[in-house]
Design a protein around this ligand. Structure first.
Ligand code: F6R
Length: 612
């Protein structure tokens, strides 16, 4: 949830760290801090509550420099957001930054207090610094030994970067259930960070660490071992994302850029997997051949948040096209309900980041019971992709805006591809139908581009309702999850209360909310339930609710009923969820901009939820 970066090399560490933190800020932004070992061999620490800009201002007031250091951007778990709770945390000569939760910190804190340690923050992380420092008093021979001993005492999750000012040629990283990546720069230059964009401007050569890995960078080289000290071999990977892909490129916000990138993201996600005129789908990294896919008894889709909405849509396609019984569950629910899952089940775990703690735990629960798992993921080398037997990447490129947009629509595309592939392999989809569906998919990026051109219609709705107290989003069938997604986007970035609801369920409760103040966004595209949706619109109208239809411009029935219309180009009804998402993203974006909220870093949220 927090972002960490460590640096050892020839450059000034402060610039590298601040640049890295700016790219990690999406992971947490309630406070930030850094430490460097200065030319006199002393720790120079700066911390600030609030956004990174506050830390930058402190560095202007009181500059520091050094070639070894580390920084942190925080999303509070233990201890409120404040300057004292901001990382790094120090104990004597040792400094630590941490992402995760130390579950036994109270027990350790009491023990350390008895040994004479005094604490200056309310965090669990400070305990880790003291614990490492204490190991020197108990006979640790060097920093590596001290860290190893300390980690042996810690329960919980961590990505930790640790340094000791007495050893200015060393920096140590360790991970368990929280991400940490090693970046290899020029000779003698190393980066340790929560994710790759933090150091992508300096190098694209990375080593993804596994859970339980300890990396010791010392004297110009690095070694990876497990906690017991057994050497571990990890492959070096070259990342294809360019630094420019993680920039705003002239847009006001990352979210806006990412919404407009969707046609390109869809093209990239389809590339090499389908071809116009052909019926087959190629998913070479799926990790399961045709025979294995034929044996799948049931699919279990696991995800959180927006990715869970993608799963809800995926169920329609997987059951409709491939005829495989499909269940959808939230990672946070599945992991604690002793689920009935096992051999014959194929888990499809959907996650933009591949680091969401609840999704990872749910997948581990299912695989421990004998299910197989494949990942639908956007981040190459993330924990989920390394733990699953196979992976289908969403080639959306880096998603920096905290509210997910292009990751969602590319997840939908991947789930559609999976449904087609399973349908072909299992014989439920004939040549002609499959070819037609592939053709529809290939046309989709162009249609999404046309939907984006109709932004002015969305702006008109946003201007009228920017100060509304509540919103209702209604959809049926395939579009019900999109109603959920539209409501979630609006809540997240504009802080307006919004509910997504299956339109047919409205009469069972939410209809009581409707009055002349309530904007009701209805997804009313041409499909087999359009008539039902039109009846639901009548119900809203009869209670003086304000109807906003999101529909094809030629859908006269829906357009004539609504007070305002956001048009999209006509699109095959099976793919409408992808198309109809775009105006809802734009609506949330423009309402948020008009309300002056922090679009890319909305309050209380963080992009990767790597804690429970
Ligand atoms: C909403 C959003 C979150 C994520 C959720 C899962 O805009 O971004 O709801 O979808 O935290 O994250 P991933 O997909 O990284 O597992």
């Amino acid at each position: 949830m927090c972002g960490i970066i460590g640096y050892l090399g020839p450059q000034d560490a402060v610039g590298v760290i601040m640049d890295g933190l700016a790219r990690l800020e999406y992971r947490g932004y309630d406070s930030a801090g850094l430490v460097v070992v200065d030319p006199q061999g002393e720790f120079a620490v700066r911390r600030a509550q609030g956004k990174l800009a506050n830390l930058a201002a402190k560095l202007v007031e009181r500059p520091v420099s050094g070639t070894l250091g580390m920084g942190h951007t925080r999303w509070a778990t233990h201890g409120r957001p404040s300057e004292t709770n901001a990382h790094p945390h120090l104990a004597g000569e040792v400094a630590v930054v941490h992402n995760g939760i130390i579950e036994n910190y109270l027990e350790l804190k009491n023990e350390l207090a008895q040994a004479g340690h005094e604490f200056s923050s309310e965090t669990d992380t400070e305990i880790a610094a003291h614990l490492v420092s204490q190991q020197f008093k108990e006979g640790a021979t060097d920093l590596e030994d001290a860290v190893r001993r300390a980690l042996g005492r810690i329960r919980g999750s961590y990505a930790l970067v640790i340094l000791d000012r007495r050893f200015p040629d060393q920096i140590i990283g360790a991970r368990k259930d929280s991400p940490l990546v090693l970046g290899l720069g020029q000779e003698g230059e190393y980066f340790l960070a929560s994710d790759v964009p933090a150091f992508l401007a300096h190098t694209n050569r990375v080593v993804f660490l596994n859970d339980g890995d300890l990396v010791v960078i010392k004297g110009g080289s690095y070694q990876i071992s497990d906690l017991a000290g057994n050497p571990q071999q990890r492959q070096e990977t070259t990342i294809s994302w360019s630094p420019a892909m993680a920039e705003k490129a002239g847009y006001k916000h990352f979210m806006q850029k990412e919404i407009f990138e969707q046609p390109r993201a869809l093209v990239d996600t389809l590339a090499g997997r389908v071809k116009a005129g052909e019926a087959e789908v190629f998913l070479p990294d799926l990790g399961l051949d045709a025979e294995a896919l034929k044996k799948v008894r049931r699919l279990v889709l696991l995800a959180c948040g927006t990715s869970w909405h993608a799963a809800l849509v995926g169920k329609f396609w997987l059951e409709g096209l491939a005829k495989v019984p499909t269940e959808v569950d939230l990672g946070s629910e599945f992991r604690y309900r002793d689920p009935l899952v096992g051999p014959g089940d194929l888990v499809v775990a959907i996650s933009q980041s591949g680091e969401t703690a609840d999704t990872l735990a749910a997948v581990r629960e299912a695989t421990a019971k004998g299910a197989q798992a494949v990942a639908v993921c956007n981040v190459v080398g993330s924990t989920l992709t390394r733990e699953a037997a196979g992976v289908i990447y969403t080639h959306a490129g880096p998603e920096i805006g905290v509210a997910s947009t292009k990751a969602f629509t590319t997840q939908l595309v991947v789930l559609f591809l999976l449904a087609l592939h399973l349908g072909r392999v299992r014989g439920t989809l004939g040549d002609e139908r499959a070819r037609a569906l592939v053709e529809d998919l290939v046309q989709l990026p162009g249609l999404l581009g046309q939907a984006l051109e109709r932004e002015a219609e969305v702006v008109a709705v946003a201007e009228r309702f920017a100060q509304a107290q509540d919103f209702l989003f209604l959809g049926r069938g395939l579009c019900y999850p999109i109603a959920l997604e539209g409501a979630l986007k609006l809540k997240e970035i504009s802080y307006i209360h919004a509910e997504g609801y299956p339109a047919g369920e409205m009469k069972h409760g939410p209809i009581a909310l409707i009055d002349q103040e309530m904007p009701v966004v209805v997804l009313a595209n041409h499909n087999e339930v359009l008539e039902k949706v039109l009846s639901n619109m009548e119900e809203v109208k009869a209670r003086q609710g304000i109807l906003i239809a999101v529909t094809e411009s030629d859908n006269t029935a829906a357009c004539s009923q609504a007070e305002m219309v956001i048009g999209v180009p006509p699109c095959p009804s099976l793919l409408a969820p992808i198309m109809l998402t775009v105006p809802l993203q734009l609506l949330a974006y423009h309402v948020a901009v008009l309300r002056g909220t922090d679009v890319d870093q909305p309050r209380n949220l963080a992009k990767s939820v790597t804690v429970e």
